[in-house]
Design a protein. Structure first.
Lengths: 560, 181, 298
């Protein structure tokens, strides 16, 4: 069991002169201010001590001291700790060492800040555009404070993303941006040889909505949970909870125990809902529409209950900073127990019907295999990792809300394929039912909202992780003035998992592509982080159907 | 193994039968506490502007036409039916109705506009008292507001006294095309 | 009389094929706990498609492929002895012609797919080719079984001959045909080429409007043809001797076969093409065994 002291001593011994300051007010969070020269060495040291890379956060500090900040965050799963390495670079020379060669998962985070903040990373293997569209003007870095949040630069013509070169002997099959397999726009350029996949390049972020910029400039602390909830359709409460926990950690606010239990119940209801939805989607992707319809029929009961409890079938809107908005009355609790019993019975029937079905086995066993070492190298999270023997779960490793009081198992399998993800998700749904039952029994009486008697103090850092149905969600928050966050970074679980998809696709048949991409349960909206919820002028910012058709026809006639 | 799975699968569907609801031919009632479209009671509304300050979608707009008149417009096209306006209203003038069949091709069907006579009110925000229990639910902008109602745009500036120039400037609101605008 | 039979054949198939497709959809929907479209929905679909704009990829093969497919299946239907009554055309062709015409229908699909120059159509057509190559032998063996028994390649001889003296070879052939039925009609678990809306849009991706209506009609007729062939070849027991009653009884049995197709289709996922290939190889071996047994008169 590593303690914070042990980590501090280890880092001090090896990198004493690069470290400027330690900040460990909370016993589970260690913030280390370091010199930018030591970034790569210290990151490797933290990984060597047993850390797992989470996400990098870049922020604009130009107005205060003329620097751009960069934070690398790591999690110690067995020791219930987060370690964040904070470093800065002057804005005239925003160059950092890239940690991607050692930690492949940092590739996207660093590319993101190359696009959004103008940083440069020496030694990055693929410094291409990630987030911004290819006709975005050079030199305009949206996350910098000087750029207005509703900037609309004029579009450019004939600019396209340069995908990777196709290897010898292969053809390129474009899967996307519109494809029935994917539920959201994304582009996988798949290189196939006959039917075998030999490689893949990914271009996404087509639904990047600019939430982080919006929430840093326009909305206040208590409006952000509603925007956070809409980062993803299915795992909305997770983002709202994680954000609220960040603010509560930063402000040093303790919320009532009843509110924590209600948050737990909402999160588990969402997990059940999401896994049932995924079961249906997986069935649909292998061509088995009956599983799809039946799983969604069972899911309907949860949505009706959600409507009774929260006022809406999905996007519950229950969680705000300081607690929850609505209470669970005893009648609702009894109804929830009834709903759970029904769902458990139906899910058992579905599970018995498909667990022995060799036709489904043939489509999912042995498909999408990667080893446990590769999974850990690429820092994959969620059921994708648990199906490959990596035992991580944010509910058990970094307990939050009421998870320290409920008992549950974390299913971990090691057959390393898509079938294991199916089984892991079904088992997790049964665990969720257990958790909700325990939470309903143990929930104490009390208020549901804590009260804030003073403003949230500015410039405090906080990091919080919550287990979404797809994996671990990490939010990093720096509180700011004017009652809004100064910097808010959302890392959805699909962000690292998508980086592992090209690895999972290698060597498989093309017909397995949908189920492999589906097995990570991709939520591209979570990854891309939202379309602008802005006060647009009467003109549409997103192109309407009519305009699109006009554009397409204009291009067609121009070509003739 | 396979055959028994198939038989189980067919039996699985015999119990629930057909679950199709005949909506819209048969109405489907919603439970109480459903969050449908918000409805303002103009008798109770005091024009404090708390709902506009806390709408995450910025779909409630306020425009002070002069010292006496405040126009509050709810533009339902961006409303997410979250219910925060109903939560923070100090007079409980907003209720979330049970209306959810709101599709229309005319924006005015879902727009609500109130003109409130506020002769001596200095728009200081004292009538909005939610700050007493929750400091982070305080009103950010206090004073006279000049949102652009035609383009449904919030102008993030408030003045202590009514300013005619601001009204004219807000009429000319446009999105910036370059950094620094 | 014989010429009337041809007309009855064509009219019955043209009129009832969409109805049976509707039956499949309705049963699939019921298995999925939903109401499903009305049974006459495929008629409306075809009418709707006929009213749409006929976008074309430009070349001659693209435009002619659907007509070729429909023409080939209609010719096959015209030859079949429905209601145990060989018609005027039956003696002008033999089973080899039937096999050729059916293959021509499949080739017309491929022609249409390849002429559209779309990557997805290319992949779909390669899968369709593999399916055709491996599944047509089973059909051929069905006819050859009857031909071997009756020592004649005539259509009526072969069709009625398979079940005469219902022995082991006929039973094995029945099993093989049933196992291949899903592949013939292109439904789960073998709808790998055509209806793969998730993985590939299939060989018909570039087709729309009247061209696509013709292809859809071709697929429906092909489906009904295979079901009717099963009934004609393997269920000769119910024979009243009256032509009209025989036709009606056979159509009723065809609808039973469709119910089976729908049930199997809705309770199975789609297989991959390499897995399906292994399955077809086994089927070819079984049907060869059946033909071999029939040579020895078993």
């Amino acid at each position: 069991m590593l303690t914070i002291e042990a980590v501090k001593n280890q880092l001090k011994n090896k990198f004493g002169d690069a470290i400027k300051n330690f900040d460990d007010q909370l016993s589970t969070r260690l913030y280390v201010d370091i010199d930018r020269a030591g970034v790569r060495g210290m990151s490797n040291e933290v990984i060597g001590l047993g850390g797992r890379y989470l996400v990098s956060v870049g922020y604009d500090n130009i107005a205060r001291d003329g620097t751009l900040g960069l934070i690398h965050t790591f999690s110690f799963d067995r020791d219930e700790m987060f370690v964040c390495l904070r470093t800065t670079a002057p804005v005239q020379d925003p160059v950092f060492d890239s940690i991607t060669p050692d930690i492949p998962n940092a590739g996207w985070s660093e590319r993101e800040y190359m696009d959004l903040l103008g940083m440069r990373f020496t030694g990055h293997p693929k410094p291409k555009r990630l987030i911004l569209s290819d006709d975005w003007p050079e030199g305009v870095y949206p996350l910098r404070k000087e750029v207005p949040w509703n900037l609309m630069p004029p579009p450019a013509e004939n600019v396209a993303y340069q995908l990777d070169e196709c290897p010898e002997g292969c053809t390129v099959i474009p899967v996307g941006p519109f494809h029935p397999t994917l539920h959201e726009p994304a582009h996988f350029a798949v290189f196939v040889d006959g039917e075998t996949i030999k490689g893949c390049d990914y271009r996404g972020f087509m639904v990047h909505r600019g939430i982080e910029k919006l929430c840093q400039t326009q909305v206040t602390y208590n409006e952000v949970p509603f925007i956070a909830e809409r980062i993803c359709g299915i795992c909305g409460s997770v983002h709202a909870t994680s954000y609220a926990q960040c603010v509560e950690l930063a402000a040093g606010l303790k919320i009532s125990r009843r509110a924590e239990f209600i948050r737990t119940i909402m999160l588990e209801i969402e997990r059940m809902h999401s896994h049932l939805l995924w079961l249906g989607v997986a069935g649909h992707l292998i061509g088995f529409d009956t599983v799809f319809m039946q799983a969604w029929r069972v899911r309907e009961a949860i949505m009706w209950f959600g409507e009774k409890l929260t006022g809406n079938r999905k996007t519950y809107g229950m969680i705000v900073v300081g607690g929850v908005r609505r209470d669970i009355t005893p009648e609702l609790a009894d109804e929830l127990r009834g709903v759970l019993t029904n769902i458990e019975k139906e899910l058992m029937t579905i599970k018995n019907a498909i667990i022995g079905d060799t036709a489904i086995h043939r489509r999912t066993k042995g498909v999408g295999c990667i080893t446990k070492e590769e999974t850990m190298l690429w820092s994959l999270v969620g059921p994708v990792a648990r199906a490959r023997g990596v035992d991580i779960d944010a509910r058990r490793d970094h307990p939050y809300a009421a998870y320290d009081e409920v008992k549950f198992d974390v299913p971990v399998l090691d057959s390393c394929d898509v079938w294991a993800t199916v089984v892991v998700r079904i088992l997790e749904t049964f665990e969720s039912i257990r958790i909700i039952r325990q939470a309903l029994d143990k929930m104490p009486a009390g208020p549901i909202m804590a009260e804030f008697s003073e403003d949230v103090p500015p410039l405090r850092h906080a990091i919080s992780a919550v287990e979404a149905p797809r994996g671990e969600v990490v939010h990093y928050l720096i509180t700011g003035e004017e009652n809004r966050p100064e910097r808010w970074r959302v890392r959805a679980p699909t962000y690292p998992n998508l980086q592992g998809v090209p690895l999972m696709l290698l060597g498989n048949q093309f017909a397995d592509l949908p189920i492999i991409i589906g097995s990570i349960d991709p939520c591209f909206s979570c990854t891309d982080r939202v379309i602008k919820v802005d006060m647009r002028s009467g003109e549409a910012v997103s192109v309407t159907g009519g305009e699109l058709e006009k554009l397409s026809r204009a291009k067609l006639y121009a070509g003739r | 193994m396979w055959v028994t799975s198939k038989i189980k699968q067919v039996l699985l569907v015999l119990k629930p039968g057909v679950v199709t609801l005949r909506y819209p031919f048969e109405p489907h009632p919603v439970p109480k506490n459903f969050r449908g479209q918000p409805v303002w009671d103009h008798h109770k509304c005091i024009g404090c502007g708390g709902c506009a300050a806390h709408c995450p979608a910025r779909t409630i707009l306020i425009r002070d036409l002069c010292q006496d008149l405040r126009v509050m417009m709810y533009d339902g096209s961006r409303c997410t039916y979250c219910g925060r306006c109903a939560d923070v209203c100090p007079e409980k003038a907003i209720t979330m109705s049970e209306q959810y069949e709101l599709a229309t091709n005319d924006k005015n069907d879902i727009t609500l506009s109130m003109e409130l006579f506020m002769l001596t009110c200095q728009r200081c925000g004292r009538c909005y008292d939610m700050e007493k229990t929750n400091m982070i639910d305080k009103m950010g902008l206090k004073g006279f507001r000049y949102d652009n109602l035609e383009m449904r745009a919030v102008i993030h500036k408030a003045t202590e006294h009514f300013d005619g120039n601001m009204i004219e400037e807000s009429d000319r609101y446009r999105r910036p095309l370059k950094t620094g605008e | 009389m014989d010429i009337l039979c041809i007309a009855v054949n064509i009219v019955a198939f043209l009129a009832l094929a969409p109805l049976f497709e509707g039956v499949i959809r309705k049963i699939t929907a019921r298995v999925q706990s939903r109401q499903g479209p009305p049974i006459t929905q495929p008629y409306y679909d075809i009418l709707k498609l006929l009213g749409k704009q006929n976008l074309s990829a430009g070349n001659f093969a693209f435009r002619v492929a659907p007509m070729l497919a429909l023409a080939s299946i209609l010719s096959v239907i015209a030859f079949m002895p429905l209601g145990f009554q060989p018609n005027y055309l039956t003696r002008y062709a033999d089973v080899i012609t039937i096999i050729y015409l059916l293959t021509m229908g499949g080739v017309a699909c491929l022609l249409g797919a390849l002429s559209s120059k779309n990557t997805y159509a290319l992949m779909g057509s390669s899968r369709e080719m593999i399916t055709m190559i491996m599944v047509e032998p089973v059909l051929a063996m069905t006819f050859i079984l009857g031909a071997v028994k009756e020592k004649s390649l005539g259509i009526d001889m072969a069709v009625f001959g398979t079940a005469s003296g219902f022995g082991w070879s006929s039973l094995i052939m029945l099993a093989a045909y049933l196992m291949a039925l899903q592949a013939f009609v292109g439904r789960q678990p073998f709808d790998i080429a055509e209806a793969e809306v998730e993985i590939l849009e299939g060989p018909f991706i570039e087709y729309s409007g009247p061209n696509y209506a013709l292809f859809r009609y071709y697929l429906m007729l092909k489906q009904m043809f295979y079901a009717a062939l099963f009934v004609m070849v393997f269920i000769p027991f119910v024979k009243t001797g009256v032509y009209g009653a025989d036709v009606l009884i056979q159509l009723a049995l065809v609808s039973v076969v469709f119910v089976v197709i729908a049930l199997i289709g809705s309770t199975n996922p789609r297989l991959r093409i390499d897995q399906a290939q292994k399955y077809y190889a086994v089927l070819i071996v079984i049907s060869l065994v059946a033909v071999g047994l029939s040579v020895y008169g078993i």
